[in-house]
Design a protein around this ligand. Structure first.
Ligand code: ZN
Length: 237
């Protein structure tokens, strides 16, 4: 019967909308982690960085505290043979950072710290209600986003996970440059450099530069900052 079916449907929808219990918890206080061993070895040729240009986040510094950081590749249904050129370029971008930071590849996409998606970044269209129009940003070749979750430990710790989109529609050199740039964000450089010779320069250049001493000095400073990530949650009293 149609009516009954509709009624059943309505109940299912209502149940679906009933929120589950929300457990109150206090955010972990901001606290720095010890500087990872490899980062101590960064040699600052000149004491220069662009730390002041970075953005702050409600979590504090977006630093990793469990090493190695795991990186998975989501080929979005493409088989590895056809995605070979993209994979080689993205792996090159990863290898450039592996010299300084413990990063390893994993096939376990569900638990990877950083998932690199072989796709153009989804455009984030926003609605301007007062002007009654859509704001459609320009298409990008790469993007890094993070998400927060709780670790299944007792007590749970606040943790983050990055999704990095890298377009499959670029030449080899640009794909390497994009990967290097987006990995820089995922490692914790949340913002851009005003200098075009840095990997984290805000716009793409025709000849993407290698990781600079300024990139490394900036990353090292990020890892000396306080963060809420990696610390346990305290239940609300
Ligand atoms: Zn960027």
């Amino acid at each position: 019967m149609k009516g009954a079916w509709l009624w059943g449907g309505a109940i299912a929808l209502l149940l679906w909308l009933i929120p589950g219990p929300v457990i109150g918890a206090n955010l972990p206080p901001l606290h720095p982690h010890p500087l990872p061993f490899l980062f101590q070895a960064f040699t600052a040729a000149e004491e220069e960085d662009y730390f002041a240009a970075l953005e702050s986040t409600p979590l504090g510094a977006l630093v990793w505290s469990d090493f190695p950081i795991t990186v998975g590749f989501d080929l979005v249904g493409e088989n590895p043979a056809q995605a070979q050129a993209w994979l080689a370029a993205v792996r090159q971008g990863l290898q450039d950072w592996q010299v300084y930071v413990p990063l390893i590849e994993t096939a376990d996409l569900e638990n990877a710290d950083i998932v690199v998606v072989r796709s153009r970044p989804p455009r984030q269209i926003t609605i301007d209600r007062t002007a009654g129009r859509l704001n459609i940003p320009a298409a990008q070749h790469g993007q890094a986003r993070y998400q927060v979750y709780l670790t299944p430990t007792d007590p749970p710790r606040l943790a983050h996970r990055f999704t990095v989109y890298i377009s499959p529609h670029q030449g080899q050199r640009q794909t390497i440059g994009t990967a290097r740039h987006e990995f820089g964000h995922a490692l914790g450089i949340w913002g851009h450099s005003p200098n075009r010779e840095d990997v984290l320069y805000e716009t793409q250049v025709s000849n993407p530069p290698p990781i600079s001493p300024r990139d490394l000095n900036t990353l090292k400073r990020v890892y000396q900052q306080p963060t809420r990530l990696g610390w346990p949650l305290t239940p609300r009293q």
